[in-house]
Design a binder for this molecule. Sequence first.
Ligand SMILES: [Zn+2]
Length: 561
Amino acid sequence: MEDLRNRLLRLALENAVEHGGRALLDPVVRRMAAEFPELRPRLRELLPLVEEILAEVNALSPEEQRRRVGEGRRRERRERRRGLPELPNVERYERVVTRFAPNPNGPLHLGHVRAALLSHEYARLYGGKFILRFEDTNPSNARAEMYDRIREDLRWLGIGWDEEFYQSDRLELYYRVAELLLEEGKAYVCLCRAEEFRERRDRGLPCPCRELPPSQHLERWEGMKGGRYREGEAVLRIRTDLGLPNPALRDWPAFRVVEDPHPRVGRRYRVWPLYNFSVSVDDHEMGITHVIRGKEHEVNEARQRLLFQLLGWEYPTVIQYGRLTLAGTKLSKTEIVRAVERGELQGYDDVRLGTLASLRRRGFLPESIRRVILEVGLTPVDASLSWEVLEAQNRKLVDDLALRYFFIPEGVWMRIRKAPSLPAAELPLHPSHPERGRRLLPLRYEDGHLLVLIPSRDLEALKEGQVFRLKDLMNVRLLSKSPPEAEFEGLELLPDVPKIQWVSADPVRVRVLRPDGSFEEGWGEPGLKEVGEGEILQFERYGFVRVERTGREIWTVFAHR
Ligand SMILES: [Zn+2]
């Protein structure tokens, strides 16, 4: 009843706020019938309660009514947010706007996904806007193929965006802001050698360029754009305070000359903004309200705040989180790109990597990744995600999905004496879902003996004389390991005997790519000829795999046990 009362109270409060402080019976009852159809048969009975609530609401001041409506909305949002904290300062902005701003210089890995997922999630939670922005202002490291790869990764994760930008399309805008700063003496073009500048800066001293008049700097700036200076000969610096405690913040560089062609815009520009400058201009221009970022960006943020101040702009609200790494995957984006280009890795989806492409290839579901990352949420301390956590989450989801098959790594043929003559074994494709159908394992007999292939490592672990079960077929007693021979011991299920997967007639060649990059070859049951590319299967007693190639040979990639 309390729940019902709260629901009616919310409707009445919203109606009061919409109608200048006075909730009316008819519209509230209509809304109630529309929102809670299950209450329709009880409307007459509920009228006294509705009238009581209306009287209560109409006795409140309009301010109090508005406050309570806001509170109710916040409460609802809190329930949808699961573990995520409330976004601060939401009331300061008309609408929440967040962005994910990858540098297309390498593939996305789990570390990046956090910023993307959280920014997206918050924009959706608050009915805001989510922007994808490619931060490609370094022509030397942007890679043409990465734009599509990043988009593909995001779509796979279920992240859609409302707008998309390339910074390489926005150079004229950055130039305009630079020129404004130059005119006002808030930036200058420095021709000093980098070491000389740094040496003076670290002592809090200006370089000779700093005191020249704006007209001269504007002239130098034109020279930068026109090709008078080579790479490294001129930078545009933001004038800050040389007394700032952190030398990295003093007169930081905002533009430099890059002669390499850009993968998208070629040689159209030779003066390119540095990260902190283009980020600042874009965050302001795009109306970003909340920036969700790793705490390794602290110095960058301080530089950006100085620029915002110079331009008289309002800095967005920042939400910081700690660094998130996936245990055992230490390669940075640049190292991955280098290794792929040198041929040391198979590609960006090499199974040894923690890239999204690699996780996808191994059969991790996007939902597992989303759940794991949202669970880590916004913890401010650095965290290392273990493979076990990710695998456990994925196992929960794929277990219900994956059809079961037998795979025999490194098999040995075994002869079963006195086995009854059966046409085939019939097994469920999924033990908890009989409706998904059954699979047939045909049997091969020779000279009256049944022949089965079993994993040699299982044979090694057995003792002569021991009884074990050929899974879902029959019990047998091991007579000899070499040559491998056993005899029939009955069909009924026995407690506490090892169960071993097997194949008999028409086995199919199967290859499993392991997470360390090695291959395991073996044989699978004939039903594997029916599976499709991209399917996730469970090889019983072996683990989950994703099918990568079908045909005469089945190629699979190992996910986890
Ligand atoms: Zn200088």
